[in-house]
Design a protein around this ligand. Structure first.
Ligand code: NAP
Length: 454
């Protein structure tokens, strides 16, 4: 199957690339291995200079690449422009800060000099999802490349134009062939790539199912592995919450990226004394969400990515309604062209229904009521995942209870969970292994080499 993108708004083909043959993959690995030898020897200053050029180029092309993202996977044009700008900012940030993140650490011992240094390791293979087609690759690849490694990535097959754009951008910026390479490969070609001795590490951002498969292959081949997987993030509303802030942020947290973000809030857990007010206001704002053409500046919610993704979401909702859940707004697939699904709010969701125990990758919110904040936190933690979570409160004690109690990789108070250059990003429990971004992300694919001078 070729790598084909279908515009989810128009259902028309956007781009179509042939799959790379095993010989082409072999050649790409050869080029990457050779590029690594030169790239690892470059100074941080030299690496940073090329990375800044990539940022500059990207900034000058924001509308063009944003339109491509919108065409390939349906996010709103405004969100796509924001994503491109965020990528450029990340390039600038790591161009400036990776050296200090990887600075040698002195650890006093009986020796004259001792500590740990962080050295590059080689070619890293990354498997990427479509939902943030530029950002997911940049988030992983920029710190990894600034650390002196090279990256080959298999993007999701429905965003090949974005994959190609990134590879070309790096070439045009002056990285030289092989520092960032896109591989148009299918899943059955992945085991051979991970087994190849020229690949020293592997990472996947995507579903749990894919994560298990990649982790198994990495384990079998004894390769370092980082996984960024799914979640069902809780949005916990405490007694002291400011609902003027929390309600609009709840809508944003659920429908951003057309509901398809790993760290989107998916479960809204509100203490009983605020539950009626929250539900009424949240449902009114979700019902008013403007769905339509993602290129239209007035649109807030575009289509979901594909027919199969919309069918899955519709099935998760319909079967949960049949099991006793109630839709306070939405829940019905609209007629017409495009893979649209409306902003939906479900209540009384049975824990064992699909909406009660599966990740909802689209604009569907589940609202639950708890008798107290400890109970809300207990329910928030009652999932196999632990990616992100937020606590909404004005009382400092309630904020601290949320920060301490939520079993997640990232917890925010009174703000929508987001990835930031300065903070590590990743999950606990079944949401992932390892971290991206910050000094932890920059170090993931380095060799932490201990040294001792007697
Ligand atoms: P997906 O089906 O797992 O696909 C992600 C990537 O993995 C694609 O390139 C896909 O390629 C590939 N893949 C799937 N199965 C594979 C296998 N057995 N071996 C090797 N590669 C495989 O996930 P998705 O539907 O695109 O993305 C949604 C999921 O990703 C959600 O669960 C979301 O929460 C999660 N996600 C997590 C993060 C994070 O940072 N934690 C960020 C974004 C998304 P094919 O399409 O060719 O199968």
């Amino acid at each position: 199957m070729p790598f084909v993108s279908i515009n989810p708004t128009t259902e028309q083909v956007v781009h179509d690339y042939p799959v790379h043959t095993p010989a082409e993959v072999d050649q790409a690995l050869k080029v990457a291995a050779s590029a690594y030898q030169g790239w690892r020897a470059a100074s941080f200053e030299e690496r940073g200079e090329v990375m800044r050029r990539a940022a500059e180029l990207l900034e000058s092309e924001v509308p063009v690449v944003a339109e491509l993202m919108t065409a390939e996977m349906g996010k709103t044009f405004a969100a796509a422009k924001g994503e491109a700008m965020k990528c450029a900012a990340t390039m600038r940030y790591y161009a400036e800060h990776t050296e200090s993140m990887l600075e040698e650490v002195t650890l006093p011992t009986s020796g004259r000099r001792s500590g740990v240094r962080f050295e590059p390791t080689g070619a890293i293979f990354a498997v990427m999802p479509w939902n943030f087609p530029l950002w997911q690759v940049v988030r992983m690849a920029v710190p990894t490349i600034m650390a002196g490694n090279v990256v080959l990535f298999k993007h999701a097959p429905n965003v090949p134009g974005c994959a190609k754009y990134l590879e070309d951008l790096f070439i045009r910026a002056g990285f030289g062939p092989g520092v960032l390479t896109t591989l148009f490969v299918e899943i059955d070609q992945v085991p051979a790539i991970i087994a190849d001795p020229r690949v020293v590490g592997v990472t996947l951002t995507g579903s749990e199912r894919a994560g298990r498969s990649i982790a198994e292959l990495a384990g079998k081949n004894l390769k370092k592995c980082v996984l960024e997987l799914g979640g069902s993030d809780p949005f916990v509303i405490a007694r002291s919450a400011d609902l003027d802030l929390a309600v609009p942020m709840a809508v944003t947290a659920r429908i951003q990226n057309n509901g398809q973000a790993c760290i989107a809030a998916k479960r809204f857990i509100v203490v009983r004394e605020r539950s009626e007010e929250f539900k009424e206001r949240f449902v009114a704002e979700m019902a008013a969400v403007r769905m339509g053409d993602p290129m239209d500046p007035a649109t807030v919610l575009g289509p979901v990515v594909s027919k199969s993704q919309r069918d899955l979401l519709a099935d998760q909702v319909t079967t949960s309604l049949a099991a006793g859940a109630r839709a306070l707004t939405g829940g019905v697939v609209p007629e017409g062209v495009g893979y649209f699904y409306p902003a939906t709010v479900l209540v009384d969701v049975p824990a064992d229904s699909r909406a009660g125990c599966e990740e909802l990758f689209g604009p569907v919110a589940v609202v639950m009521v708890a008798e107290s904040l400890p109970e809300a936190i207990e329910r928030a933690n009652a999932t196999p995942w632990g990616l992100g979570g937020s606590i909404w409160a004005t009382d400092e004690a309630e904020i601290d209870e949320g920060l301490a109690g939520l079993e997640v990789g990232t917890v925010f108070a009174n703000a929508v969970v987001a990835s930031m250059n300065e903070l590590p990003f990743g999950g606990t429990k079944r949401s992932g292994i390892g971290r991206e971004l910050s000094f932890l992300g920059a170090r993931e694919f380095t060799n932490a080499k201990s040294f001792f001078v007697s």
